[in-house]
Design a protein around this ligand. Structure first.
Ligand code: SAM
Length: 460
């Protein structure tokens, strides 16, 4: 860190933490941690993140790009402090929840929430930056849940859903102090002026989205910064100006998480010199007033997709092992599956927002051909009886994710569901002398690979 920036940063956090110890910790190696997708694989024999059931610390950072199970959504690389959201969300999950993850890309908190939500829940994951919303979409398709809509909107665009969500997650854009040891750009971009700018934007985002929260609903506000301006000051000002209170979270003293309070705002702070995780702050705000959501009397059909009739969806219903799914077709003639019970809100969101994707990709209809979409393979509800399947080795799996044609000599011709370590990873069309690979170009591995040097990851 540059000396002058470092000194200014140090001074700015002196009232919050032991600034010297914190700055010293920021000069050390970051920790690497992953969170397992419990619907795809079981856990690892590794040290656990104490506040998250499926979180693990790794002893070193492997090259995830060369691990097919990484691409297949069996685990997510997430820094440990963020996994603390589990402690806040879990107690809310006695009933199905409607969740809005407002600043969601690339999807760390969204995938965590999806793994915690009970059956019958809906999650809308929004990201305002288009390119990031596509990465979010990829990560969520790979995580494999169908009860999810990805949108690409500004927070204020959701005002039509007044009182709809039981839980809103605002993992706010921030000055990124907690990323200092991860990302050298975060250091060069830091300045006290940017901290002020960020705190204004954070307050505005809370105001923009507040009406969408149901009465008694919960808003989780988090940042990866240490200063008070972007944390307690935003939260205390917001609860003072609205009918809201800040809730306390029960902590295990062994975790070394720091609880702070300022003007009624409780925050839970992760300081890297104390807690095993990167810099992070989270607060829980409860709404004490407001009106329940009421479904509009008339909901427009979407111009962008067509919902299939019971009869027309019949040939595709067997692809997933779930009931009560509606199937819709988009403009490309791709079919998608989505929970029937959320049809109305899907249509409502479609008429106000940019939907990047919704539900689970199924098949592409091309003339009289029915081609499975690559994303179907990642669904946690995929019916493995739908297509012939073939287990492939590490090199073949990496070649698949690099979008190379494969060789499957002793496998039937036609569409084949390929599995790696018994996890469904994709579909290829076996034509005998080779198998064509429809893996999306935008998801494909870009780096050059020396296939002789591939090795199994230490944590498989
Ligand atoms: N929640 C994500 C996760 O766990 O993977 C990380 C989110 S990151 C801290 C904040 C996100 O807010 C970024 O993806 C950024 O593009 C988005 N963002 C930037 N400006 C925004 C704004 N004005 N309103 C809403 N979101 C914004």
């Amino acid at each position: 860190m540059e000396d002058s920036v470092l000194q200014t940063f140090r001074d700015s956090i002196a009232s919050v933490a032991d600034a010297d110890a914190l700055v010293a910790a920021l000069q050390t190696e970051r920790l690497t941690s992953i969170r397992v997708n419990p619907l795809k694989i079981s856990g690892f024999n590794l040290p656990k993140v104490p506040w998250c059931e499926n979180g693990y610390y790794l002893t070193k950072r492997p090259l995830f790009t060369l691990n097919p199970l990484f691409h297949a959504g069996t685990f997510y690389v997430q820094e440990a402090s963020s996994m603390f959201l589990e402690k806040i969300i879990k107690p809310l999950t006695e009933k199905p929840l409607r969740v809005l993850d407002l600043c969601a890309a690339p999807g760390g908190k969204t995938t965590l929430a999806l793994s915690l939500l009970p059956k019958g829940s809906l999650l809308v994951a929004n990201e305002v930056i288009k390119t990031r919303s596509q990465i979010l979409s990829e990560n969520l398709i790979k995580w494999g849940h169908s009860n999810c809509i990805v949108t690409n909107n500004d927070p204020k665009d959701f005002c039509f859903l007044k009182g709809y969500f039981d839980l809103v997650i605002v993992d706010a854009p921030c000055s990124g102090e907690g990323m200092f040891r991860k990302d050298s750009d975060a250091i060069s971009e830091w300045s006290p002026e940017n901290v002020d700018l960020c705190s204004k934007r954070q307050l505005r985002i809370l105001y923009d989205i507040w009406d969408c929260l149901a009465p008694n609903g919960t808003l989780i506000y988090s940042t990866c910064t240490f200063n008070e301006k972007e944390n307690e000051d935003v939260v205390s000002r917001f609860i003072a100006e609205n009918n809201a209170v800040c809730e306390r979270i029960e902590l295990n003293p062994e975790w070394n998480i720091t609880e702070r309070e300022k003007n009624g705002a409780f925050s839970y702070r992760f300081f890297p010199h104390k807690t095993e995780g990167e810099g992070f702050s989270v607060s829980v705000i409860k709404k004490t007033d407001g009106n329940e959501y009421s479904t509009p009397k008339r909901i427009q059909q979407s111009k962008n997709f067509t919902i299939l009739s019971e009869k027309n969806k019949q040939p595709y219903s067997h692809l997933l092992l779930t009931d009560n799914q509606l199937i819709f077709s988009d403009k490309r003639n791709f079919l998608w599956s989505f929970p029937q019970e959320y049809e109305k809100v899907l249509l409502e969101i479609a008429s106000h927002c940019v939907i990047v994707h919704a539900g689970t990709p199924l098949v592409e209809l091309l003339g009289n051909k029915v081609n499975p979409l690559p994303g179907l393979a990642f669904s946690t509800s995929y019916n493995s009886e739908s297509f012939t399947s073939a287990e492939i080795d590490l090199e073949t799996a990496v070649r698949y994710f690099k979008k190379e044609p494969l060789l499957l000599p002793n496998v039937e011709k036609g569409w084949v569901n390929i599995t790696y370590k018994n996890v469904s990873v994709g579909f290829v069309k076996n034509i005998g002398n080779r198998a064509n690979n429809p893996y999306p170009q935008e998801w494909a591995i870009k780096m050059n690979i020396d296939y002789n040097r591939l090795e199994n990851s230490e944590f498989e």
